[in-house]
Design a protein around this ligand. Structure first.
Ligand SMILES: NC(=O)NCCC[C@H](N)C(=O)O
Length: 294
């Protein structure tokens, strides 16, 4: 029997937490009121977003993944579509985040309710003034946790996280992020890397700190480079549903071909209204809860 683990971003996903777009984008009025303030690139079309989201759910179900859904909530914004950012998965339990983006502060409490209802263990919570967003945290091979230091995840949050996970990890790597487009932009660790298998990752090298990129190479990770023209269309944000098996948003043909050339399997979905406009790819849309050790 394969073992379950929470400390990988590439093991075969057994159970995943989502927030359906019909519940995150509750109605036209909410979309109209929020999209500019949240820095969406354009106003989402709710009906098309629902079609795209249902197709993504079908794709995930096709891999035998058990889907769980956060409920509709009055006090969350369009950004609650991206539950990866609200919580981290560890073998000691889930860690609730404190969001760096002010308009997302209420999202983690709904994860807490869900975890209580489903008897999912919670290890702890990042508390203010610390902030950590799940998109800034990735598991690498050999139980190494990489955490970005940027506009969404700050040193106080990193210190809390480090203390919480120290008995669970073999190493804890801090990755300083550049300013790039500034604090209003969404720029996470997973904007520059998506682990695909223990020895394979999709990366956007122009924005990677050299020591982090070198660490990956030194530990035997092959890098699939995202070209500049596919960065804004979430080319670098790819969800591994099993080692070497990827789910990616349509429209990044160069990255996808490079993944195929590296021996990966690529499954695409349409993400104009659920990915591109809100600046969140498939890793952001999903909070894997359990994976299998490969
Ligand atoms: N992990 C991610 O990259 N999440 C994307 C979140 C997008 C959302 N519009 C945000 O600004 O937080």
């Amino acid at each position: 029997m394969p073992n379950t683990t929470f400390q990988t971003d590439v093991g075969k996903i057994k159970r995943i937490l989502l927030k359906h777009v019909k519940d995150a984008f509750r109605n036209e009025q909410q979309i109209e009121q929020e999209w500019k303030a949240l820095h969406f690139l354009d106003k989402p079309d709710r009906n098309n977003a629902i079609r795209e989201y249902d197709a993504l759910c079908d794709l995930l179900t096709g891999f035998g993944i058990e889907l769980e859904f956060l409920p509709e909530t009055e006090n969350t914004t369009l950004d609650s579509l991206y539950p990866r950012d609200n919580a981290l998965a560890t073998n000691g339990g889930m860690i609730l985040c404190t969001m760096g983006k002010q308009n997302r502060q209420t999202e983690p409490e709904h994860h807490n309710t869900f975890y209580a209802q489903t008897q999912t263990n919670v290890l702890g919570e990042i508390t203010s003034p610390g902030s950590v967003e799940g998109g800034d945290v990735a598991w690498l091979q050999n139980n190494v946790l990489a955490v970005a230091n940027g506009y969404r995840t700050n040193p106080a949050g990193i210190a809390q996280l480090k203390q919480m996970v120290s008995p669970l990890v073999s190493d804890f790597i801090e990755v300083p992020l550049p300013h790039f487009r500034g604090p209003s932009d969404v720029f996470h660790l997973m904007s520059i890397i998506s682990p695909i298998a223990d020895d394979l990752a999709v990366v956007y090298s122009p924005l990677m700190p050299v020591p982090f990129r070198q660490y990956l190479l030194d530990t035997g990770v092959r890098l699939v480079e995202v070209p500049e023209q596919e960065y804004d269309s979430q080319g670098c944000n790819v969800l591994a549903v099993a080692p070497g098996v990827c789910v990616a948003v349509e429209g990044n043909p160069i990255t996808h071909q490079r993944l195929l050339d590296a021996g990966a399997e690529v499954h695409t979905f349409k993400g104009k209204d659920i990915c591109e406009k809100g600046c969140g790819g498939p890793t952001c849309l999903t909070r894997p809860l359990e994976r299998e050790v490969s």
